[in-house]
Design a protein around this ligand. Structure first.
Ligand SMILES: O=C(CO)[C@H](O)[C@H](O)COP(=O)(O)O
Ligand SMILES: [Fe+2]
Length: 222
């Protein structure tokens, strides 16, 4: 299965929440492909962010791009239908946060969304063994979840290579996403390690010129 076309997904965690619609639209107009929507519950991770009502507001505001929901919540299942109804395109969750990973993946797909499984820096990829046929995306965390603006953990590159090998062996069109500390300086090495979907929060929203930053990322991806 050849690598899929690169996707740049700005994490709106780094946007200005008081101007979320405008900031999100500006990142998309500057060349971003998806919107990465970080949901934190102050339970699974030590931070609190936004939920389905905010996602619905973005849709109402006119955001039509795919919205890639990264759930950092525990439990997972009861909130899945709310995000689907609000307009999520893809929903990813952490295996540690679900009692029944296979069931949660099924729930996400039954709700009409694509499904992803997220691996923290120290979580082994073993959970993939029995669920590759239920996955649309594997998300490798390159920082510990909970906060934006952290530094990329270099050991993640090896994990991306391992995940890429598993995707190739499966013969399935599963995206490989990376999240945390991605910049125009390290994105080339990250792409070479096998990622095809790149989340970047601070690097894009803290840049003076979103379009220049996204163009520099695309150039480095090659
Ligand atoms: O899931 C996340 C944190 O848990 C964010 O998506 C991630 O940190 C992106 O922000 P940055 O690019 O600033 O690191
Ligand atoms: Fe995220």
């Amino acid at each position: 299965m050849p690598k899929q076309s690169p996707i740049i997904a700005p994490s709106i965690l780094a946007a200005d929440f008081a101007r979320l619609g405008e900031d999100t639209a500006a990142a998309l107009a500057a060349g971003a492909d998806w919107v990465h929507f970080d949901v934190m519950d102050n339970h699974y991770v030590p931070n609190l962010t936004i939920g389905p009502m905010v996602l619905a507001s973005l849709r109402k505001y006119g955001i039509t791009a795919p919205i890639d929901v990264h759930l950092m919540v525990k439990p997972v299942d009861r909130i899945v239908p709310d995000f689907a109804k609000a307009g999520a395109s893809l929903i990813s969750f952490h295996p540690e946060a679900s009692e029944h990973i296979d069931r949660t993946l099924g729930l996400i797909r039954e709700s009409g969304c694509q499904a992803g499984l997220v691996f923290n820096p120290a979580t082994p990829l073993d959970h993939l063994d029995y669920v590759m046929d239920k996955l649309d995306m594997i998300l490798i965390m390159s920082v510990n979840p909970g906060f934006g603006g952290q530094k990329f953990i270099p050991g993640t590159l090896d994990k991306l290579r391992q995940a890429r090998e598993r995707i190739e062996a499966s013969g399935r069109a599963i995206r490989l996403e990376v999240d945390g500390g991605v910049t125009a300086d390290n994105i080339g090495a990250i792409a070479a390690a096998g990622a095809d979907t790149f989340v970047a929060g601070s690097a894009i929203f803290h840049a003076k010129d979103y379009a220049a930053e996204i163009a520099a990322m695309r150039k480095a991806i090659g």
